[in-house]
Design a protein around this ligand. Sequence first.
Ligand SMILES: Cc1cc2nc3c(=O)[nH]c(=O)nc-3n(C[C@H](O)[C@H](O)[C@H](O)COP(=O)(O)OP(=O)(O)OC[C@H]3O[C@@H](n4cnc5c(N)ncnc54)[C@H](O)[C@@H]3O)c2cc1C
Length: 457
Amino acid sequence: MILGGGPAGNVAATYAARLGAEVTVVERDVIGGAAHLWDCIPSKSMIATGGAMSFMERSEGMGLENGTPMIDTDALTARIGRIKNQMSGNTTELLQSQNVRLMRGAGRFIGPNTIEVIGELGTEEVEFDSALVSTGSRPRVPEWCSPDGERILTTRDCYPPRVFPESVTVVGSGVTGVEFVHMFSSFGSDVTLVVSRQQVLPGKDPEVAAVLEQEFMDRGVKLLMGARAQAIERVDADGNLDSEGEHVVVRCDDGRSVTSSHAVLAIGSVPNTADIGLESAGVHVNNWGYVDINHHCVTNVEHIYAAGDISGKLPLSSVASIQGRKVAEHVMGLHTRSHRHLDYDKAASAIFTEPEIADVGLAEAEAFASGRKIRVTKVPFSATAKAMINNDTRGFVKIISDPATGVILGGSIVGRHAAELISVIAVAVTAGLTVTDLVESILVHPALSEALAEAAE
Ligand SMILES: Cc1cc2nc3c(=O)[nH]c(=O)nc-3n(C[C@H](O)[C@H](O)[C@H](O)COP(=O)(O)OP(=O)(O)OC[C@H]3O[C@@H](n4cnc5c(N)ncnc54)[C@H](O)[C@@H]3O)c2cc1C
């Protein structure tokens, strides 16, 4: 029995069914989950359209006549809808082809072996031997802000917003915040980013963050560093509070404030663990609302698993999917033969800004902080023919290896297609490959991946 059909739930369902389990998935919205409906798919679809616009703007010198691209909001909305429907449809078909039972409705545990599903056709109780809780998360909304879906927005109100913001203040400078800054600035909005620390992307390699800060400033994005938002309110043209006012003011704890036509809240997420009856099943939730799991994704109750965002590991669709797969293997007893523990420290991740940013494994700053000896090699994309051909020489590849053995421990890539290129380093990190393995691989020419081989050299 699987509660929630996002990446964790639907991947677990597919593999468990393939391995011979009788599987039911309960989903209250769409199969594919928030990942398809609100997060990965729509945000990256919007970013791809913005990227096409900025590519056209940057195409000077490529032998094209310059034209100014314009947004067609209806066509953009239709495009995002098409991609979401196609993705959700594909996933639904895959589950059906494996004879997975799909139940539409809101599910909750009413005992350690029973889930109640409240659907359009009434309420049904389903008994199970094992269950997976994969109900995902939703945007965090603090008590000092009331999103209205019109001008004070959460990330879920932006695909696209009803009116394209003339100006927008993004609150939160983590991965989601900077992607929204990039998205709106590539569509021509006047953007301000409220950064609570002294660096965007806190926790990321400072050198990588600095590239993005510079890029934002070059594009006219205003960075309000060291400012923590404490109120977001709608105001009229004179600055008086007005719930229907055409302006939004973001007030910060240091007395500074920013006024714009819209504000977007991007300050993280909270797990969907309330109201699903976890207490009736005896499943513990920690102080932050997440379900603690062991390395097999088993909760404190032996036959109940948790995976995806609610497990409080890395909030990534890719992590949710692989956890789902591990759950299926474990529940069907396969872990004894093939199981490798998930190593969340080796998960690759990407930030879909321009330039793209991707990293995996050990970071340079982390190694220095722990006193670990590392070797860092860095090659700029400007050294490759393909970057020149692409008319975009921004960014670099950085490889972190063990100086004694040459084993690749991690890496960062900033630049075009970083999210694709990082896969090479991710495989190397997971498989324990060395810089020599990379140097001796015969790669394509001309390609951006040549910078990887150069860095390994
Ligand atoms: C703006 C944004 C962009 C993102 N972009 C990326 C990206 O590019 N790449 C990436 O890897 N990650 C990205 N993420 C993170 C990614 O979306 C999540 O990590 C992923 O969706 C988690 O998957 P999940 O299976 O845990 O939950 P979800 O995808 O949230 O699915 C959970 C499902 O459970 C259902 N559900 C909840 N409660 C019940 C109930 N009681 N009964 C029935 N069904 C229920 C929900 O309707 C939902 O469909 C992004 C996140 C955000 C906010």
